[in-house]
Design a protein around this ligand. Structure first.
Ligand SMILES: [Zn+2]
Length: 349
């Protein structure tokens, strides 16, 4: 019963979004889980229809006649694209899946770009699922981030979504819709913003994108110069107000926050494999909180120079202790260096 109500609501929403289309049908729910709480009170701005029905440019997009349909298979592991061995996966952060028929099977380029879009109107992941399930919408995205931070998957990463009105971009990009206000500057909620950063970091990690690089210069973005690997919808469609001022002006911040996550992951990987020359002995690692800003030295001892500093109130793991000239030193897990332990206190666990 609940599912029927949800589908009816979804159908009504589609009718309102695509006013003017004559043959709207209720979408087919292709997922295991029924659409949850399908946006009873959701306001869908008519502009959202324009945004969502503009997945590709009929003038230039040669993928228009590409196969649609139910092929959900990933290319075989170890697929070679542009001479590179490639294995595709989807994000485990996904809360809801409704695979769209609007896609090109499979993408013809490795994933090396992130394109973040906004939807004018605070849609839920379920509403996008219903809209993208309609062939008529001729639009899709790989992922959508709802106002509540939940994440929807519509086109698996190995397929090309129809989102940026540009085949070449969508073949190499993961496209991410983010629910935004229905009027300028098309702000998004903090929850959606943070979820977007987590999702993008996850996409980068799994696809070997080591650093996210934004440029304010459209030509640099389109040509992927200087390592730039973020594009926006308006790069490909004149006068397109996507991703909107709010997200556009924060692309630098998104890149910085994603890169912080990527760096942290790298550090963990490095510290996870101790140097083979090190003596191993039973030592129980413990946490310390820094009492005052202090220097990190390559080796225990004041004669060694400081190569980094740690700040008051930061917390680190100590993985080894050594006393040199009556000073007790602790080796930090993260920085592979040593601090004077009088500048830190043990954290009770
Ligand atoms: Zn867009």
């Amino acid at each position: 019963m609940k599912k029927t109500v949800s589908l009816l609501l979804a159908a009504l929403l589609i009718l309102s979004v695509f006013a003017g289309c004559s043959e709207n049908k209720a979408p087919v729910d292709t997922t295991d889980e029924p659409a949850k709480d399908a946006a009873v009170s959701e306001e869908v701005d008519p502009n959202a229809a324009a945004e969502l029905s503009d997945g590709y440019d009929p003038e230039t997009d040669t993928d228009l006649d590409a196969a649609r349909g139910g092929n959900t298979e990933a290319p075989l592991a170890g697929t070679v694209i542009n001479g590179q061995n490639y294995t595709f996966t989807n994000s485990k952060l996904v809360d809801y899946t409704n695979l769209s028929p609007n896609k090109t099977i499979h993408r013809n380029h490795k994933i090396d770009t992130i394109t973040i879009h906004c939807t004018k109107g605070k849609l839920t992941v379920e509403t996008w699922g219903s809209i993208f399930a309609e062939s008529k919408s001729q639009a899709s995205a790989n992922y959508g981030v709802g106002d509540d931070g939940r994440i929807g998957l519509y086109v698996q990463e190995w397929d090309r979504s129809w989102q940026s009105s540009n085949a070449a971009n969508d073949h190499r990009a993961i496209t991410v819709m983010v629910a935004a206000d229905s009027s300028a500057p098309y702000a998004v909620s903090d929850t959606a913003y943070q979820a977007t950063i987590k999702l993008v970091a996850d996409i980068c990690k799994r696809n070997g994108i080591e650093k996210l690089i934004w440029s304010d210069d459209k030509e640099v973005r389109i040509q992927h110069l200087n390592g730039a690997n973020m594009t926006v919808h308006s790069d490909f469609v004149a006068d397109k107000d996507c991703p909107g001022e709010y997200l556009y002006s924060r692309m630098d911040d998104i890149a910085a926050q994603v890169n912080t996550i990527l760096e942290e992951t790298k550090e963990k990987t490095v510290t996870g494999s101790p140097c083979s020359e090190e003596k191993t002995f039973a030592f129980e690692n413990y946490l310390v909180k820094i009492k005052k800003d202090t220097g990190v030295r390559k080796n225990p001892g004041v004669k060694y120079s400081v190569f980094k500093s740690v700040k008051k109130n930061e917390v680190y793991t100590i993985v080894e202790e050594k006393t040199v000239d009556n000073i007790k030193w602790g080796r930090l897990k993260n920085y592979q260096g040593w601090i004077d332990l009088k500048d830190a206190e043990k954290v009770k666990q």
